[in-house]
Design a protein around this ligand. Sequence first.
Ligand code: NZQ
Ligand code: ZN
Length: 387
Amino acid sequence: MKNFDYNIPTRVHFGKGQISKLRGEVKNFGHNVLLVYGGNSIKRNGIYDQVMEQLNDSDINVFELSGIAPNPRIDSARDGVKLCKECKIDVILAVGGGSVIDCSKLIAAGAFYDGDPWDLVLKSSLIKEALPIISVLTLSATGSEMDGFAVISNMETNDKLGMGGEILKPRVSILDPEYTYTVPANQTAAGTADIMSHIIETYFHDVEGAYLQDRFAESLLKTCIEFGPIAVKEPENYDARANLMWAGSHAINGMISYGTDVGWSVHPMEHELSAYYDITHGVGLAILTPRWMKHILSDKTVGKFVDYGVNVWGIDSSLDKFEIANMAIEKTYDFFASIGIPMNLREVGIDEENLEVMAEFASKRGAKYGYVSLSKEDVLEIYKMSL
Ligand code: NZQ
Ligand code: ZN
C-alpha cells in the first residue's frame, strides 16, 4: 500500500428530512447565498420549496442562478462568477446532480480569480481560493457531493475537461435518498453505471498490498449490482436509493483510492464522446467499459479480472482464469443492458465520423496514463468495438 494524506472534509447530513439542517449550515458561512440549480426538476418535485423554506430567514439573502445544463457549460459558470462578484456572495448552495455541483465548484473558484474562469479549467494550479460550497444532492452518480473534481464543457471548442482541487470539496452535503425518488429510470441506470465506473477505474490498479481498498471497492460494486436494478424498477424504494447514494459518495471520495495508484482510462474516452455528442455520461461509460475490459485482458491483467469475477460476480474460482475473466466481462455488459442502457454508440447517435479525432484527444488527455496505457490506436479500436 502506498502512502497517502487522508482528507475527506465534507460534513454529511444523510437521510430523510435532513434538509432541516440547511438553515444552520448556511448561516455558519455568512448571509449572501448563491442558489445554483439546473432545469425545472427541483421545482416539479418540491425540493426547491423545501430549500427556500430553509433560506427564509432575516439573516439570509438569496440570489439565484438556474438553468445549469447536464454536462455543464462554461457560460453558466461565467454568469455565476459575475453574480458572486457583484452580490458579494458568501456561500454557494448547489441543489442538483453532478452538473450543478460541478458548475458551482468552478464558480466558487472563479469568484477569487480575475481572468476568464476557463483558465481555471485548463490549469487547476491557478485555483488558490474558493467560496464554501454546500450541496443538496438530487441524483446519485458522480460523487461530486464529496469530491474536489468538476468537469466543464465548452461546446464551441468540443472540449469537456476535468479540473480539481482540495479546496473545491463541498464543506457540507445534504444527502436525502427521498430526493432521488423522481430521478427517471434512464438517469437512475446511467447514475448506477457512473458509480460502478468510478469504482472499476480505481479497482483496476497494480499496487501490491492494498487489500482493504480492494475489498471496499468490491462491496461498493456489489451494492450497485444489488440496488441499481431495484431503484430502476421501484423508484421509491428507500433502501435502494439510500444504498446507491452512499455508494456513489464513497466511490470517489478517496476511501478506495487512497494508498493505490489510479490512472483512469474509460472516463477520458467517455469525456470525448460527451464533448462531441453531448450524450449522458453514465451511458457512455456503460458502453465503453466492457469493450475496454476486453481490450486490456492479457496475461498481465488476468489476475485482477479473476478477483473481479469471483468476488464481485460470484463466478466459480476453480474455472480457468481466462474463462473467469471473460465471464466477468460478459456479466458486466449484461448488467448494464439489463437496467435498460443502450449498449452501442450508434444507438446514442454516434457513428465513425469523429472517432479518430476523439481517440487522439482521449489518449492524450488521460487514457495514455491509465491502468493499461492506451494509445490513440487502442482507443480507436475500443470505440470501433463499441459502435
Ligand atoms: O436540470 P434538472 O431539471 O435538474 O434535471 C436533471 C438533468 O436533466 C435531472 N435530475 C437531477 N436530479 C433529479 C433529476 N430529475 C428528476 N428528479 C431529480 N431528483 O437529471 C439530469 C442529469 O443531471 P446531471 O446533474 O447532469 O447528472 P449527473 O449527476 O450524472 O452529472 C453528470 C455530470 O457530472 C460529470 C459528468 O461528466 C457530467 O458532466 N462528472 C463529474 C464528476 C465529479 N465531479 O467528480 C465525476 C464524474 O465522473 C463525471 O465526469
Ligand atoms: Zn463518472
